[in-house]
Design a protein. Structure first.
Length: 159
């Protein structure tokens, strides 16, 4: 290569003309913040928080979809979402596609805007709503009629 350049300079052609950034001196961190805490590092930036919140939303969404599909053939089950109820009447595949496309579209929008405050608020709201749906499923399985055998997820049934 050229004198004064290393092999990685070919990736940044303007590196020869740009002065290196000089960071201003900062005050030393307090002793409580000097130690590295992994879970704190995950939540430090808004973009990371939005991604983690949306991952939790997807987990709860897939659980909601699983429970809906499991309970939809039963006579005592009533789907409260009118669009999903009509799609379940047509085909199970249509209901799955509807649910996944809706959540994927919302996730894509929030991921594009993940550095904005409104996207973070919306992600927290989505997680809160899906947590409420999970609590409703918990109550549903708690008060299920006695003649219907209780549903145990496959992981719990094996133990």
């Amino acid at each position: 290569m050229f004198a004064g350049h290393d092999q990685w300079d070919i990736l940044t052609p303007t590196s020869a003309t740009v002065a290196p950034a000089v960071l201003p001196p900062t005050a030393p961190l307090s002793p409580s913040r000097d130690s590295f805490v992994p879970w704190r590092a995950l939540w430090q930036t808004r973009g990371r928080r939005v991604v983690l919140l949306l991952a939790a939303v997807w987990v709860l969404n897939l659980l909601d979809l699983h429970f809906t599909l499991f309970e939809s053939p039963r006579q005592h089950f009533v789907e409260l979402n009118p669009v999903a109820a009509s799609l379940l009447g047509i085909s199970t595949f249509a209901a799955i596609v509807y649910k996944l496309v809706l959540v994927a579209g919302a996730t894509a929008i929030l991921l594009v805007l993940r550095r904005h405050r409104l996207a973070e608020w919306s992600s927290w709201l989505s997680l809160g709503l899906y947590t409420w749906v999970a609590a409703c499923w918990s109550m549903y399985f708690t008060v299920m009629p006695a003649d219907v055998p209780a549903y145990w997820p496959p992981l719990l049934a094996a133990s």
